[in-house]
Design a protein around this ligand. Structure first.
Ligand SMILES: O=c1[nH]cnc2c1ncn2[C@H]1C[C@H](O)[C@@H](CO)O1
Ligand SMILES: [Zn+2]
Length: 339
């Protein structure tokens, strides 16, 4: 088994990380100061406020934790600082490429436009790239519970940022009540605009949402853990070269799976489904990529060469340029040979 230090040092690629769920306590305090919001004085109390306990009920319960952070992300300055902070954390665990996602529609409460929100996050990502050398791309999340019209407007406003830091789109939010069919018009709009799409799908016991996304030409799925037990679906995903953005800690917390023993790693690997390892939300889930890797090696026996494969799956499915892909693949090959 690799030590935590060795896991930390391995070069990594992450495809599924929410900006608003991944801020350091230091950044949250700074943002609260900027927004004149009072926070608990002790870090322990603050962590309790912004992270989920183990006994939450489901995804909707999990999503309530974002209510504390979102009021702090309502200015360009705040979004820029937040993006910078997430990349700083990534640099500390040798993430070489990350796709960071956020919902611009959640940052318009104080008059910021969707375009201004996106521009601010990109600015923070670029500044952090210059300072820490971590390559990144932005994904914009539409929210399943919003109207198609609202999501379509968001994607239209986002589209001009493609090639400027924006690399793709997503749908997050309440999957159980708003299945893929309901959001199909907005997905199609995003695709017509040329926005590469990933989708939260198969997180809330709805394997059929993955299949509906696959039928729409989508090949990346946030979580996809509901595919467990559906061998036919797994084979279809594998044949279509689909990739799962798996987030173990988050899935345990939201009760997407009952327990570790029912996490479908063995069957997904047996059916050649490509998997990737991600945090989902570093702060809300109280995790980081190193902790996730440690869980995967401890509970599923994942080895160093399998970690390399998982990272190659991630960079090959990433919405990055060919130049970045080549560079990161080189970094991965070198890093896994050395460490
Ligand atoms: O795991 C998730 N599933 C569905 N929605 C999520 C998840 N994690 C975060 N979100 C939501 C809450 C955030 O405010 C939003 C954009 O990052 O996406
Ligand atoms: Zn997510």
């Amino acid at each position: 088994m690799l030590t935590v230090q060795e896991l930390k040092a391995l070069p990594k690629v992450e495809l599924h990380c929410h900006l608003d769920g991944s801020l350091s306590l230091k950044a949250i305090r700074k943002l609260a100061q900027m927004a004149a919001v009072e926070l608990p004085a002790s870090d322990q109390a603050l962590r309790e406020l912004v992270s989920v306990p183990d006994d939450i009920e489901d995804l909707l319960d999990y999503l309530k934790r974002f209510d504390v952070i979102l009021p702090l992300l309502q200015t360009a300055e705040a979004l820029e600082l937040a993006a910078y902070d997430v990349i700083e954390q990534c640099a500390a665990e040798n993430v070489r490429y990350i796709e960071v996602r956020f919902a611009p529609d959640f940052s318009t409460e104080k008059g910021l436009s969707v375009s201004e929100a996106i521009a601010a996050v990109i600015k923070g990502l670029h500044q952090a790239q210059a300072d820490f050398g971590v390559e990144s791309g932005l994904l914009v999340c539409a929210m399943r519970q919003y109207s198609n019209q609202r999501s379509q407007m968001m994607f239209k406003a986002a589209q001009p940022f493609l090639g400027q830091g924006l690399v793709g789109g997503d749908f997050a939010g309440d999957e159980a009540d708003f299945p893929t069919e309901v959001i199909e018009p907005a997905i199609k709009t995003a695709q017509q605009l040329g926005i590469p799409m990933t989708l939260h799908a198969g997180e809330s016991h709805c394997a059929h949402n993955v299949m509906a996304a696959l039928a729409l030409g989508i090949r990346r799925f946030g979580h996809g853990v509901a595919l467990g037990g559906h061998v036919d679906f797994q084979k279809q995903v594998s044949e279509a070269d689909g990739v799962l953005e798996m987030c173990l800690t988050s899935n345990l917390q939201t009760k997407a799976v009952k327990n570790l023993a029912s996490y479908p790693v063995a069957e997904l690997l047996a059916n050649q489904v490509k998997i990737t390892i991600n945090t989902d939300n570093r702060t809300v889930s109280n995790t980081n990529l190193t902790k996730e890797y440690d869980l995967w090696q401890r509970h599923f026996g994942i080895t160093k060469s399998q970690f390399l494969e998982v990272n190659l799956n991630a960079i090959n499915a990433a919405f990055c340029s060919a130049t970045i892909r080549q560079q990161v693949i080189q970094d991965l090959q070198k890093g896994y040979a050395e460490n």
